[in-house]
Design a protein around this ligand. Structure first.
Ligand code: FAD
Length: 552
């Protein structure tokens, strides 16, 4: 117990440190066991221990406290366009790449994507912003195959577990990372408005080299080794491979204008860039750039859901950890009935988010299997929409569980404040909420396969709960309307929310205890999810729900 000159400091909770982030996460463990029986438990436990350690938490604090700094020129005036990061940033991203969270799963057998998803959820609980380039490097691998020569030269190093931050040409590096450039000043959702222009320059071993002139208003992780970038060609928008350093070792004409001053996501750099004749090689068909880059976007959208699930879990853990120590009005906060209700409700939401996000990851493991591919097409936008929307609401409520201390940064010690600032980002980038809801409609309109896959997924738990049955039946008619194009776009968000809730309930039936499933159905399926947490019925198994969610 520490003291001050005037008083004794007491009744404050201890930091949640030195815990195994995997061991205490029953929801994640059960979901992983369901989707990937025989997963490498030892690896998950080892990663969980490393990520929950005091040393890694210190790295997360320092990487966010000491934000990246842009150096446009060197001391004597040469343009260099380099971003300097705190050593803790390098330690964190090195750990993520070492754990194979980027392109490694593409080199492994069945189940690798679900295992990677579980590790991604765990890592996000520690620090999400360094995962931006890690996620983009994971997502780029399939899309990059649209240029076979580049893919042949780059893929092995994109999948390597070595982190190599040097700004040198690809062939000298042990490991590579990639990012993406789509958003311009005049439009990020409506990419057809892109104004960056690509002009043919010369034939090369990587194909028809073009020169890019224009800008990108957001380009995150600008120290990546290369980017997929959209630019206008004579045939429409094209997708281009744009390396930072050219094969001859000279720097490409990519000029970083400034770094964004962001609400959160402080460890990660997000830049504004200009291309002044940057060398660029086509990836995929020339006029089909949006479809090509969205192959990458679909996977980063999965990571938005996974990352948010990880943040939700950590926010819930912090709230529970505080409430089991802090006393008010004569007993622990955790034992105060209203607080117990709030915490149980947070736990339900967090578990449902993990369940849905991991289901989408399992679809990726399904590869070309028609059912899994169709399900992935509908579940990706629904999961990104719903999980990311719920994330911000959950962060606010979890913060309130800590009272005033939750709102305080304390030089980066206040992890909850960092989570709260980070949460809205996954909802905005890679397609904001409306765009996801509209994308779900598009997916359902595309053919009967997506609608059939969703119906078949829900049919696996038919009869498990009358509320779920009613929602699934009502959805059927709405899916048909979406399929024949008569669905009203105005209600796209409601549809996305209901699809997500129905699939979450169905998954909880399959891999969560009955008390979780039943409380979820009763609280979320009758009238939709209540906007404010803590409205569970008094006769729910609140003690069991809380006990299941308590961090180790
Ligand atoms: C920290 C950060 C990092 C980022 N990193 C990258 C990056 O690395 N690369 C990159 O390319 N981009 C990046 N982005 C940009 C991000 O993807 C875009 O901001 C996002 O896609 C939205 O585009 P916009 O900002 O132009 O908004 P707009 O497109 O103008 O959208 C504004 C709002 O209108 C809504 N809207 C748009 N069209 C419709 C419609 N038809 N019907 C109904 N509603 C609609 C959207 O849902 C949104 O809510 C980043 C953004 C942030 C905040």
């Amino acid at each position: 117990m520490s003291t001050d000159a005037t008083h004794e400091v007491r009744n404050q909770s201890t930091p949640l440190v030195g815990v195994n982030l995997y061991e205490g996460d029953r929801a994640l463990r059960d979901a992983l066991a369901f989707h990937r029986p025989g997963a490498d438990e030892n690896a998950r436990h080892a990663l969980g221990a490393m990520l929950g350690s005091a040393a890694m938490q210190q790295h997360a604090r320092l990487a966010n406290l000491h934000r990246p700094v842009l150096h446009t020129h060197d001391r004597v005036g040469h343009r260099i366009d380099e971003v300097e990061f705190h050593p803790s940033y390098h330690a964190l991203i090195g750990a993520a790449i070492g754990a194979g969270l980027h392109a490694t799963p593409w080199t492994r057998g069945p189940g690798a994507h679900v295992e990677r998803a579980a590790a991604f959820v765990q890592f996000t609980a520690l620090e999400p912003s360094v995962l931006c380039p890690v996620s983009m490097t994971y997502a780029v691998a399939p899309a990059l195959a649209g240029n076979a020569a580049v893919h042949a030269d780059w893929f092995a190093r994109l999948a390597s577990t070595a982190y190599d931050p040097r700004l040198v040409t690809y062939s000298q590096k042990a490991g590579l990372t990639m990012g993406m450039g789509m958003t311009e000043k005049q439009g990020g959702s409506d990419l057809r408005a892109n104004s960056t222009v690509a002009r043919f320059d010369a034939d090369t071993p990587w194909g028809r080299c073009h020169r890019l002139t224009g800008h990108k208003w957001f380009l995150s992780a600008p120290m990546c080794d290369a980017f997929l970038v959209l630019a206008q060609t004579g045939a429409g928008l094209g997708c281009f491979f744009v390396p930072r350093v050219l094969p001859d070792g000279t720097r490409n004409a990519i000029h970083l204008q400034r770094l964004k001053d962001k609400l959160g996501n402080h460890a990660n750099a997000s830049s504004e860039v200009e291309f002044t004749g940057a060398a660029a090689w086509p990836v995929g068909e020339e006029g089909r750039g949006i479809a090509q880059i969205l192959e990458m976007g679909t996977l980063t959208r999965l990571d938005c859901a996974l990352g948010t699930a990880g943040l939700m879990r950590q926010a819930t853990s912090l709230a529970l950890h505080h409430a089991r120590q802090r006393h008010a009005f004569g007993r622990r906060l955790l034992d105060q009935p209203v607080m117990k209700n709030v915490l149980a409700d947070l736990a339900l939401e967090s578990e449902a988010a993990t369940a849905l996000a991991l289901r989408v990851a399992r679809c990726v493991d399904g590869g070309a299997d028609p059912f899994e591919a169709a399900l992935r097409r509908v579940l990706t936008p629904a999961a990104k929409f719903w999980v990311c929307k719920r994330g911000s609401a959950l962060a606010q409520e979890a913060m309130e569980c800590l009272g005033g201390n939750g709102y305080v940064e304390a030089a980066g010690e206040g992890t909850m404040a960092r989570i709260y600032r980070e949460m809205p980002l996954n909802s905005i980038w890679e397609g904001a909420g409306n765009i996801m809801a509209l994308d779900l409609l598009r997916a359902l309109r595309r053919g009967h396969e997506t609608r059939d896959a969703l119906s078949a997924e829900l049919a696996t738990t038919q009869g498990a709960d009358p509320r779920l049955d009613r929602l699934a039946a009502a959805l059927q008619a709405r899916l048909d309307d979406a399929g024949d194009g008569t669905a009203d776009e105005t209600e796209a968000r409601r549809l996305a929310a209901d699809v997500a809730l129905a699939v979450q309930a169905s998954l909880l039936r399959r891999h969560a205890p009955d008390f979780v499933f039943e409380a979820f159905c009763r609280s979320r399926l009758e009238h939709g999810a209540p906007p404010v947490f803590g409205q569970l019925r008094a006769d729910e198994a609140l003690d069991d729900i809380v006990a299941r969610a308590l961090p180790a």
